[in-house]
Design a binder for this molecule. Structure first.
Ligand code: AMP
Ligand code: MG
Length: 419
């Protein structure tokens, strides 16, 4: 880890890293957690695949019809005019036709039914004129039409799913289609989190003079939960060196990663970075984003450490932009998806100074004609959690942007349920 001593000039006024640089630094530092468990296929939803899933069968298992129609040998189809084929039986899904289809014969076949011996083509029923026990078929069909070949989706023995995949419903279905009932998934990362601040009261405690309720532990809980990690809530820690050191040790002994809020700026009661420097390693601690800086990133006895700012909006922005991608790597996701970005028309003017990448809170809506529009969600101060609660997206304003006028196209990052 690139060491930066906050006491020796690595401080708040250092030229900050861009978000891109910070993310590159973080991802160079992080390795997936070790260990796996075997779970029932349904319990593998939202878990990360640990070992490849090999197919033991062909999918589909047998060549079958993609249509309701008539199965026959394609070579016998007429090049012009019409030919009559004698209907010798019926094949349903789950009830194959047992006999052999000869020249000039066909079998009435339903979608999903195995294509009978001697046939290789299905003519859809809309293209067939049926008269008693004969099917009259014209030209314009090709051998092999409307047949799904055995092993066309997945061949027996092939790798059906690669390790590192975050399993979605489609993957569960695919695993089930192979007849596999148990999956090896990577252990979930354990993430310990706590709030720092003498002013913080927990729910259930009366508010003393100058106190506020600790909200960061709730937003962090929700975001960690959404990411599917195991959470360890270590409560509120007082602004003393001793309490912080103890909390750091406890967290590092229990978790793969630690997320804290507050105490990372340069105030007189901000001891988080100092403590990290004393008992762990500091990677960097300024990122050119707003809201959000400074942030402490480092390591305490093998656990990753993210010291987020105390302001409630800053916590959520820095978690979304920095901690989320880091935890996805820690979870073993091989190719984390790029954030879904939307281009939208800005409804009212936004103020901004060039320098930092800003994440303003917005409400994204779609017009009846499909145009995406975004308007700022109330007052944008980094302490105003209400702006997050009312918003459904970040309006992303790049470093070099100044003010942005109404009507301009801007990039928007939907919360997608995480915030
Ligand atoms: P700090 O980063 O510790 O200087 O805190 C910045 C601001 O965020 C201060 O106004 C704090 O009172 C507030 N704050 C810090 N931690 C929390 C928390 N857990 N819940 C709500 N507000 C907080
Ligand atoms: Mg504080």
């Amino acid at each position: 880890m690139k060491h930066q001593n906050p006491g020796c000039g690595g401080g708040h006024d250092d030229p900050a890293q861009t978000l891109q640089q910070a993310l590159a630094n973080i991802s160079a530092e992080i390795h997936p957690v070790e260990g796996f468990e075997c779970v029932a296929t349904r319990d593998a939803l939202d878990r990360v695949l640990y070992a490849p899933v090999h197919s033991t069968v062909n999918v589909p298992a047998h060549s079958n019809s993609a249509m309701d129609g008539y199965a026959l040998l394609g070579a016998g189809l007429p090049a012009e005019g019409e030919r009559a084929f004698r209907v010798i039986g019926t094949a349903f899904a789950g009830h194959p036709f047992a006999g052999q289809v000869g020249d000039g014969e066909c079998v009435r076949i339903m979608t999903g039914a195995p294509v009978p011996e001697g046939a290789d083509t299905v003519v859809m029923q809309e293209r067939v004129r049926r008269e008693d026990d004969h099917a009259h078929i014209g030209s314009g069909h090709r051998p092999g039409d409307n047949v799904r070949m055995a092993g066309e989706d997945i061949k027996a023995g092939a790798v059906a799913l690669e390790p590192g995949l975050l399993l979605r419903p489609a993957h569960l279905g695919l695993i089930a289609s192979l007849g596999i009932g148990e999956v090896k998934v990577r252990r979930r990362p354990r993430v310990a989190f706590f709030s720092t601040g003498d002013e913080l009261a927990s729910i259930g405690e009366p508010l003393g003079p100058g106190q506020i309720y600790d909200s960061n532990r709730y937003t962090l809980f929700g975001m960690l939960q959404r990411l599917g990690v195991e959470v360890v809530d270590l409560g509120v820690v007082r602004d003393t060196r001793e309490d912080l050191e103890q909390a750091f040790q406890l967290a590092a002994s229990q978790a793969d990663a630690i997320v804290t809020s507050g105490g990372v700026s340069v105030g007189e009661a901000d001891f988080v970075t100092e403590t990290l420097d004393k008992i762990g390693e500091v990677g960097f601690w300024t990122v050119a984003i707003k809201p959000g800086r400074p942030i402490a990133f480092g390591r305490v006895q093998g656990a990753l450490f993210f010291g987020l700012p105390g302001n409630p909006v800053s916590v959520m922005v820095t978690f979304y932009q920095l901690v989320q991608p880091a935890l996805r790597i820690l979870a073993g996701i091989a190719a984390p998806e790029a954030p879904a970005l939307v281009t939208a028309v800005l409804e009212s003017r936004l103020k901004k100074k060039p320098g930092r990448r800003e994440f303003q809170r917005g409400v994204l809506q779609m017009d009846a004609d499909g145009t995406c529009k975004v308007s700022p969600a109330g007052r944008q101060g980094s302490g105003i959690l209400r702006s997050m609660a009312e918003a459904n997206c970040f309006i992303v304003l790049p470093e070099d942007y100044g003010n942005v006028e109404a009507g301009a196209e801007v990039t928007v990052q939907p919360f997608a349920g995480l915030c």
